[in-house]
Structures are given as structure tokens and as C-alpha cells.
Design a protein around this ligand. Sequence first.
Ligand SMILES: Cc1cc2nc3c(=O)[nH]c(=O)nc-3n(C[C@H](O)[C@H](O)[C@H](O)COP(=O)(O)OP(=O)(O)OC[C@H]3O[C@@H](n4cnc5c(N)ncnc54)[C@H](O)[C@@H]3O)c2cc1C
Length: 384
Amino acid sequence: MHFDLDDWQETARRSFRKYLDAEVAPLVEAHEDAHRPPPPEVLQKMGEFGLLGGLLPEAQGGAGLDYLTYCTLLCELSQVWPSLRSIVSTSNLVLMIIAQRGTPEQQQRWLGDLISGRKTAFFALTEPNVGSDASNVETRARRDGDGWRLNGRKLYISNGTGADLGVVFARSGEGDGAGVSAFVVEAGTPGFSAREVRSMGMNACPLGELLFEDVALPPDHLIGTEGEAFAIAKHYLNVGRCFVSFTCLGLSIAAYEAALRYAGEREQFGRKIGGFQLVQQMIADMMTGVETSRLLACRAADALDRSAPDRGRACSMAKRHNSDTALRVCETALQVHGGAGYTRDFPVERYYRDVRHLTIAEGTNQLQALLLAQGALGISALRG
Ligand SMILES: Cc1cc2nc3c(=O)[nH]c(=O)nc-3n(C[C@H](O)[C@H](O)[C@H](O)COP(=O)(O)OP(=O)(O)OC[C@H]3O[C@@H](n4cnc5c(N)ncnc54)[C@H](O)[C@@H]3O)c2cc1C
């Protein structure tokens, strides 16, 4: 099994990276320090490079990319600006939901702006009382004439305060057995408000708490079939796990390369610290982490490309392994830098903060372990 890029994929990767290094990298520190989202022109450029909707067929305004190519671009972006990666892949997930589950009218209305990067989107599932147990959403959508009234709160929503619209998962209909439905909610809709939740890293991708107070939604804001959206959430979270596994790979590569550079320059005891065996062991551990992450991430993308029956397992495994590994690699890279690694003068401090949430988001690594073991044993640790 090999995952070498062909000439076309390699050219796409290189030209995207050239743009990132020249135009995006110089913006990162200032935007992160100021908690300021990326400029609109950078988001629109992401659209041009296929990061927004690139997986969709050309007939829908996409680029017809396969997962391996798309995720290779995500991995490059993660090496340069993880916050921008988060905005882009969240928006991308939402536009895929609209493209694949929405009506032609809904696609016509929202897809163009999301694919071009003129607008961005959030994906709102998590709530104050509902995290890992995501099927238990408490946000309610009640029928109101032929439309809906939405009430509830969502928490830790990426891109939650900056986005123009989002998909919100809510229990619809009456009674405890009511199913979960997905609705598009646009910024500025009366009754919908958002506040920023300050977090440890990823400062340029605002994390939001969303409040829905009697928000009136027309009937055509329902995406897919009423009561069946939890299956949509599960499907796209799985795709999201593949994206996260490449994000972790990107952060691991960036941290590893920073450690290599530093170990080759910094001198103590009259020699380069890279000459000390204990530092070499850290380098070897990081290098191995990068390679195992690459294999599992590519294996997940390949499983999605082939619609392989074990794609859920491949995505969970890659997400769990690569986020645990990236955490270790980023921490080790910081250690190789000594005191310098703890300062804002070197990027490893940011990598360490930015990577930390990835063992939590898109389903915690504990939940991934339970899903993987359930697949192997046929016994669920979650419910009876
Ligand atoms: C930076 C960031 C971005 C996010 N972006 C989004 C987003 O865009 N959209 C969205 O909907 N959500 C988002 N989330 C939310 C994320 O999906 C949740 O935080 C995650 O699912 C965990 O839920 P929780 O935080 O409520 O933790 P909890 O579910 O309360 O878990 C707390 C701890 O208990 C453990 N635990 C829980 N249940 C079990 C169990 N059965 N067995 C073993 N251990 C268990 C967990 O693994 C964890 O360690 C984001 C989170 C972060 C940090």
C-alpha cells in the first residue's frame, strides 16, 4: 500500500504551499495575538484553491477532488495556520451537508457564497449539557405554522461568532422520542445571538456560545428529512475526523521541522544540541510519530475515497492516534527548544496550544476508543 502523490497532486500541493508561505504565513502571529479572524481575501483564496467545496463535483461548483488530494491541502494549511484550517474545514463540512442533503433551492441559495469563501459557516451540535452524548440534544425546534421556532443553546462552536450562517441540530416535534433535525440559521436572524468563548489556542478561529431565543425559521431552512439528522451529524463527524487526522499530521510536521532546525543550530557544552543522544531520541520519536500519523491519515482518506465498509473505523483510529501523537510531538518539540520553546519568540509554543483541543473536538479520544472497541467486540460500553 502506498499513498504517493501523483504529479498533478504534487503540483497542486506545491502551488498551494507557495501561496501560503508567501501570503498567509506573514499574517499568522498578528492575527493570533489580536484574536482576529483571517482577512476576507484569504478566505476567498481558500475557495480558489479548492479548500471550500473542492470535494464536490464540478457540476455543483466544486473541483471534483478526492479525499486524499483535499486532505493533503488541509495538511499544508495546518502547518501554516491551524485556525484558518478550522474555519475552512468547518465551513466545508457545512457546505457539503447543504450540497449533499439540501434541496436544489437550498443549494442555489447558500452554496455559491460558501464555496467562494465570501461567507463562512458553523456546525452546531454540542450544548452545555450535551457533549459526548451528542444524540441527546436539548435544543428544541417546535412547529410554528408551516415553519419552526428554535430555542436552546450551543457551546464550543468553531467559527461560532464570525460565521454568516450555520447548521444547527435540534430535537424537533413533541415528546421525548422526537428525532433530531438540522436547520440552517443565518446570522442576524431575530432571536439568534452569539458570544465568544475565550480558549487556550486557535485564537483566530472564534469559539462561540450560541443562543436561540424563539428563533422563527421558514420551512425551507430544514435540511434533509425531519427527525433524521443525527445520522447526518454522525456521517459528517466521521469525515471531520479524517480532516482532523490530517490537521494533526500537519501540526506534527511543523513541530518536528522546527525542532530539527533548532537542534541543528543551538549550541551547549561547545556543540550542537542535536549531537546529544537524548535530543536525538526526541527527534527519532517525533519522526516516527509523523510517519505513523501520515500512514493512518492517508489510510482514512483512502477508505473515504473508496467508500470502504471500514471507513468509520479508519477515521476514528486516525483521529485518535494522530491527535494523541501530535500532542506528544508538539510537546517534545517545545522541550527540544528549552526555555525558548516556552516563549512567543518561537512557533512551537503556539503549536502546543493549537493542537491541544484536537483530542477533544470531533468526539473525544475516549469516545473514539469506545467506538473502536465496540466495533471489535460487538459490545457497546455506552448503552445497554
Ligand atoms: C476547540 C473546540 C472546537 C469545537 N468545535 C465544535 C464545533 O464546531 N461544533 C460542535 O458541535 N462541537 C464542537 N466542539 C465540542 C466538542 O465536540 C466537545 O467538546 C466534545 O464532543 C466533548 O464534549 P464535552 O466537552 O461536553 O465533554 P464531555 O462529554 O462532558 O466529556 C468530559 C470527559 O469525559 C469523558 N467521557 C464522557 N463520556 C464518556 C464515556 N462514556 N466513557 C468514557 N469517557 C467519557 C470525555 O472523553 C472527556 O474526557 C469543539 C470543542 C473544542 C474544544
